[in-house]
Design a protein around this ligand. Structure first.
Ligand SMILES: [Zn+2]
Length: 182
C-alpha cells in the first residue's frame, strides 16, 4: 500500500516532507507542515485495438518500461484532452495511421512505473494502409487472435488483448472490472 507514495516525498504546496496517514480508509500522503493531503488518482490513458481483416495492430516498444514488448498503440491523455482525441493522436504519432473509432472495448486499471493508470481501450479501424512507425516504437505488426505475441507490454494490455482474442462476451462497460494490476 505504501509503495506508491514514494514519488510524493515533499509537499507540492510548501516543500515540507510528507508523512503517511490513514484517511478515509486508505494510506495517504499528508504534509507534515501545512496538512495538505496529496490525493493519488489514476491517470487516464487511451489505447486502440486497431482491427483489419480480423487482425490487431501492435507496436513494438523502443523505450522502457517493457522495451521490446508488443504494445497496444496509445498513451496518456493530456490535461484537457478527451480520450477519444488522445487515442487518435497517439495512433497517428506511433503508427502514422488515421483511424476511425468503432467501439469501446473496455477499461482496465494498471500501473506505468510508479503511476497508477486508468486505461480506456477503444476499437478502431484504419482509414488507409500506410504504416509509419514513430520514435517510441521499433516496429509494428498485425496479429491474429490465435497468434498473439508472448511478450505483451503491461498487464492491462495482456488482459485486453486476451479478452479480444477469446471473444470475451462481457459487456464493454464491465470488461476489465476486477483485473487491477498488482
Ligand atoms: Zn505542505
Amino acid at each position: 500500500m505504501g509503495q506508491g507514495l514514494a514519488p510524493f516525498g515533499y509537499c507540492r504546496a510548501c516543500g515540507a516532507p510528507l508523512a503517511e496517514k490513514i484517511i478515509e480508509d486508505r494510506l495517504r500522503a499528508v504534509c507534515t507542515a501545512c496538512g495538505r493531503i496529496h490525493w493519488r488518482n489514476a491517470k487516464p490513458c487511451a489505447g486502440a485495438l486497431i482491427i483489419r481483416n480480423g487482425k490487431v495492430l501492435l507496436v513494438r516498444r523502443a523505450v522502457e518500461p517493457f522495451q521490446g514488448y508488443w504494445d497496444i498503440p496509445g498513451g496518456f491523455c493530456e490535461a484537457e484532452e478527451h480520450p477519444a482525441e488522445t487515442v487518435i493522436r497517439e495512433v497517428r504519432e506511433e503508427t502514422g495511421l488515421e483511424v476511425e473509432l468503432t467501439g469501446l472495448w473496455g477499461i482496465w486499471m494498471d500501473r506505468y512505473g510508479e503511476e497508477e493508470t486508468l486505461n480506456i481501450f477503444y476499437l478502431a479501424r484504419p482509414l488507409h494502409r500506410e504504416l509509419r512507425v514513430g520514435d517510441d516504437a521499433s516496429g509494428a505488426a498485425w496479429f491474429s487472435p490465435r497468434a498473439l505475441p508472448s511478450r505483451i507490454a503491461f498487464a492491462s494490455g495482456v488482459q485486453a488483448l486476451r479478452a479480444w482474442a477469446a471473444g470475451d462476451p462481457t459487456p464493454f462497460y464491465l470488461r476489465g472490472v476486477g483485473q487491477t494490476a498488482p
